[in-house]
Design a protein. Structure first.
Ligand code: DSN
Length: 435
């Protein structure tokens, strides 16, 4: 980064401080990961200069022959990774991908059914402050408060809600749900009420690609994802179409009168519906990340991510922590801190002082606001990329517990910070910080 260092030392210094923060701290934010040098290099290229509105072979600009190659590679690899026939790799983010789904499936005011944000759902699944809740009639299903399914989705209740509301679309997917989904049951409910089934697999895409969680591609009509979480690519989004869904609405192409395919509708919803020019440097980085995920080593990584999460959940529970649903099936856990006498906000701040990064998170049936919260969410994807295994995560739980037990004891926090640094030095991350 010699050019940046001499031409803009201020931005350079901030970037270096952030790289140092990533190198020296324990990253437990469940939606974050560390990309490879190859992914970073692909993003930092002259492909950022290129306008390429349209699709490979059908662009609105000249000079697209090489970015076409890159986008074709990204599409081929994504199709191979998820075993699907069609994909659009252009959404700038998961939220953009999701917006294209709404634009394709619903008219403003239409009813859809999604997982309540306060129970682990996502902002773009109908939150009243998001376009999805502002433009459409969002209704929710949630998790159980108690009983054998406490903290989990009861599919009978989802069916009852769907029969009562007759939604035009049912969404699955979450940002803080520690259990896997029963896609078959969701599809059967969607078929019963004539709804489109959409899965947002942003959190678990990498684990699904590796074959370690249930596969939504065989049941959902539309699947969206981000590319940066468990999938370990650059920040971005993507839309995929499942096995059997090409012609849902009978919308026709204006000139030919031919019924449009679902894939055509989604392509037009991304561009020109939602976006202008795609970010070709990011699409190149997506292609690189998908190539990495097709390698056998990615399966090993995904298995280790799950084993680490399971070990971490057991270690927390052994120390008396209350985990929503009593554990995890995936890469994350949601910890209800009410029995520990600390809010999510204070826990996040105290852990931050010890260079352990988590995010405060509401727990189902929370009595505190989203700015305070009763819980924290933690996950294993990022630190598993650094090479940590089960026993290391048990050590991480000890460090987290020491801080949460004595958040105001500067000596304890300083001692943990030292152990965090030592642990991180055993598992180096990026070696390109130039002081
Ligand atoms: N904001 C992301 C998360 O942290 O889960 C979801 O998009």
């Amino acid at each position: 980064m010699d050019h940046l260092k001499s031409s803009d030392p201020e931005v350079y210094a901030s970037i270096q401080r952030e790289v140092e923060r990533q190198n020296d701290g324990i990253e437990l934010i469940a939606s974050e990961n560390f990309v490879s040098r190859a992914v970073l290099e692909a993003m930092g290229t002259a492909l950022t200069n290129k306008y390429a509105e349209g699709l490979p072979g059908k662009r609105y600009y000249g000079g697209c022959q090489f970015v076409d190659e890159v986008e074709d590679l990204a599409r081929e690899r994504a199709r191979a990774l998820f075993g699907c026939d069609w994909v659009n790799v252009q959404p700038h983010s998961g939220a953009s991908a999701n917006a294209a789904v709404y634009l394709t499936v619903l008219q403003p005011g239409d009813t859809f059914l999604g997982l309540n944000l306060a129970h682990g759902g996502h902002l773009t699944h109908g939150s009243p402050v998001n376009f999805s809740g502002i433009l459409y009639n969002a209704e929710y299903y949630g998790v159980e408060a108690d009983g054998p399914l406490a903290g989990r989705i009861d599919m009978e209740r989802v069916r009852d809600r769907a029969l009562e509301l007759k939604p035009k679309m049912i969404s699955i997917g979450a940002s803080a749900y520690p259990r896997d989904f029963d896609y078959e049951a969701f599809r059967s409910i969607a078929d019963e009420v004539g709804a489109i089934l959409w899965m947002d697999m942003a959190h678990t895409a990498g684990l699904i690609a590796a074959g370690e969680l249930n596969d939504p591609m065989r049941h959902a009509h539309i699947v969206t994802t981000t590319t940066h979480k468990t999938l370990r690519g650059p920040r971005g989004g993507m839309i995929l179409v499942g096995d059997d869904f090409e012609n849902p609405f009978g919308k026709v192409a204006p000139k030919s009168g031919r019924t449009k395919m679902m894939s055509e509708l989604l392509d037009s919803a991304v561009f020109p519906g939602m976006q202008g020019g795609p970010l070709m440097h990011v699409i190149a980085a997506k292609a690189v990340a998908f190539g990495e995920a097709l390698d056998e080593s990615f399966k090993d990584y995904s298995i280790q991510t799950l084993q680490n999460a399971s070990a971490m959940a057991d270690a927390f529970m052994a120390k008396g922590y209350d985990l929503v649903s009593n554990g995890t099936d995936n890469h994350l856990m949601l910890i209800d801190l009410r029995n520990k006498g600390i809010t999510g906000k204070d826990a996040e701040a105290a852990l931050g002082m010890a260079e352990i990064t988590v995010n405060k998170n509401m727990v189902p049936f929370d009595d505190k606001s989203p700015f305070v919260t009763s819980g924290i969410r933690v996950g294993t994807p990022a630190m598993t990329t650094r090479g940590l295994e089960e026993e290391d995560f048990v050590e991480v739980v000890e460090l987290v517990d020491a801080v949460i037990t004595s958040p105001n004891d500067e000596g304890v926090v300083a001692g943990v910070r030292e152990r965090v640094r030592e642990l991180c030095s055993r598992y180096p991350l990026y070696d390109f910080v130039v002081p």
